[in-house]
Design a protein around this ligand. Sequence first.
Ligand SMILES: Nc1nc2c(ncn2[C@@H]2O[C@H](COP(=O)(O)OP(=O)(O)OP(=O)(O)O)[C@@H](O)[C@H]2O)c(=O)[nH]1
Ligand SMILES: [Zn+2]
Length: 296
Amino acid sequence: MKQGKIFQSLSGFYDVHSEGKVYRTRARGNFRKRKITPLVGDDVEFQVEDENKGYILKMLPRKNSLVRPPIANIDQAIVATATTQPEFSSNLLDRQLIALEISGITPIIYFTKTDLLNDKQMAYFKELAADYAKIPYDVILPDKAFDENSLDHLRQLFSGKENVIMGQTGAGKSTLLNHLAPDLKLATGEISMALNRGKHTTRKVALMRVNDGYIADTPGFSSYDTLEIDYRELGSYFPEFKRASVKCRFRGCAHVNEPDCEVKKEVADGQIMESRYENYLQLYTDIKNRKPNYKK
Ligand SMILES: Nc1nc2c(ncn2[C@@H]2O[C@H](COP(=O)(O)OP(=O)(O)OP(=O)(O)O)[C@@H](O)[C@H]2O)c(=O)[nH]1
Ligand SMILES: [Zn+2]
């Protein structure tokens, strides 16, 4: 029996790295019966059948997992965020940040396509980047697209860790990875100008060795699954709200209609971004009003 890590999953096969070798494995029937699906990033024990084939016997406990992209045991996520083409959406960015906070994965915000911005637009993103950095998040806003400073900063942040690169379709995930590790030569897609919507180029999740860490490119998305949390917890996944909330008059303040709410005060003062608060209220209402999920 051997132990290894799933780095790729393709139509029922799981490719596993183990002791410098690659094995193509299948999950035994008992996994399917128990509705357990191995994910890219899972550490597994497997039995070798032929020379480089095998079947998975056991999955080792997961540190964490994400639904979108489907991946396990991740330390950090680079959230590739287009400043334009597709148009920047603070709502989409905040949803991704919250999904990562819920899973205990550290986000890094990387803004793409800054070469397409005029000075006025660039000034807007500089301010936005500074606001996100205050939360605090690691934010990279390249002066020139893919300048070496920004790439080095990113390489430093992710070395020795398991990383995933996520973001909207067409945000430039594969392009960024190709700059980080030119040997990878990933396929990238032209954006459809007519619809201003990215074509999906990346169709599968795969972990790749880059420098001394792992990184996964993932298919882009254009919508999101609902967050599997209670609406009362939502505020705790906004680090700056969580920090402020110790000064709210009420314990368990939802920062909606309560008097003497520090979060609302800091929004009014400009210490907390208005867009974050608006996105919070929208998500709060969505989660509160959603029908209970009886499938669980
Ligand atoms: N001008 C400019 N174009 C970029 C930049 N980054 C990516 N692009 C272009 O944007 C398009 C989409 O880039 P991809 O890297 O394929 O995007 P992706 O996020 O991997 O897309 P999916 O695989 O569909 O999720 C391609 O035509 C890239 O050449 C950038 O910084 N500046
Ligand atoms: Zn409050």
